[in-house]
Design a binder for this molecule. Structure first.
Ligand SMILES: NC(=O)c1ccc[n+]([C@@H]2O[C@H](COP(=O)([O-])OP(=O)(O)OC[C@H]3O[C@@H](n4cnc5c(N)ncnc54)[C@H](OP(=O)(O)O)[C@@H]3O)[C@@H](O)[C@H]2O)c1
Length: 257
């Protein structure tokens, strides 16, 4: 029987491209995000092109009840999720003291709490079946603190550390655990974060290339996938440089100009 893959944030960007890649390999899909038109459009195209089953669940992951609602609905329909892709997420550029509180708390809910909650809910089924996969989308932001995106960087560090720890705990269970850590990528992310005027928006990777690297890495059982040589070098440099210098550099590339 074909596997079923649940992808959060499937309405655009990296999540949408990951959905296409899973679909091309004949996985059945559950696509979730807030934008119903974009999700339905993608679902129709993937059903037509690949003859797979695609469910659309419209949910706002900033709502703390959303993960349980997604789980309960799939349970009631008898849908077993074999692979969970925690991709939905967003950032916001600005000083911590000045950014609106509700936006920051929503970010923690979507990028951190929903990832934890969904993983907690779907993992027991995977363990019982002795197979499955968790693909979490973190960021190169996960590797250092991020002045001008303090909360976003911290949420992505959480995603990376959670994924690495889970990979260790789940070794030998048949469950593949993988973390995709992209650098700046051409999606709706920069506009949503208000990051277009930052230096980091000037060199964006192609979204299809990023998703393909993440997909291939996941299928190969790689724990950490950082697409792009420049991004891998950046992450390596962070390990060698003094943290004070790294913070100054991150502030410089993120500062609106
Ligand atoms: N682009 C980059 O430079 C970059 C770099 C590193 C990591 N990432 C990570 O990659 C992941 C995907 O982002 P992207 O670059 O593909 O950006 P994107 O094009 O803006 O896509 C973000 C996705 O998340 C969904 N989403 C956002 N808020 C949501 C909410 N409250 N509830 C449910 N879904 C929500 C959006 O769907 P709706 O708006 O329809 O809800 C959309 O499908 C994120 O976790 C991001 O942190 C991006």
């Amino acid at each position: 029987m074909a596997e079923t893959v649940l992808i959060t944030g499937a309405s655009s960007g990296i999540g949408l491209e990951l959905a296409k890649l899973f679909a091309a390999d004949k996985s059945n899909l559950v696509l979730t995000a807030r934008n119903v038109e974009k999700l339905e459009q993608l679902a129709d195209a993937l059903r037509r092109e690949h003859g797979i089953q695609v469910r659309v669940l419209v949910r706002d992951l900033a709502d703390p009840t959303a993960p349980a609602a997604i789980f309960d609905q799939l349970q009631s329909e008898g849908v077993e999720v074999d692979v969970l892709v925690n991709n939905a997420g967003f950032g916001a550029v600005g000083l911590f003291a000045e950014l609106p509180l509700d936006r920051q708390m929503e970010m923690v809910q979507v990028n951190v709490a929903a990832v934890t909650h969904l993983t907690k809910l779907f993992l027991p089924g995977m363990l019982a079946r002795g197979r499955g996969g968790i693909l979490n989308v973190a960021s190169t932001a996960a590797f250092q603190p991020g002045p001008y995106q303090a909360v976003y960087f911290a949420t992505k560090a959480f995603d990376l550390f959670l994924t690495e720890a889970l990979a260790d705990e789940l070794a030998g269970t048949g469950i593949v655990v993988s973390c995709l850590a992209p650098g700046a990528t051409a999606t709706g992310f920069m506009a949503a974060a208000g990051a277009e005027k930052a230096l980091l928006s000037r060199r964006l990777m192609d979204v299809k290339t990023v998703a393909k690297a993440g997909y291939r890495g996941f299928r190969a059982g790689k724990l950490l996938v950082i697409p792009g040589l420049h991004n891998r070098l950046g992450v390596f440099a962070v390990r060698l440089l003094p943290r004070g210098l790294v913070r100054k550099f991150v502030r410089w590339v993120q500062q609106p100009r």
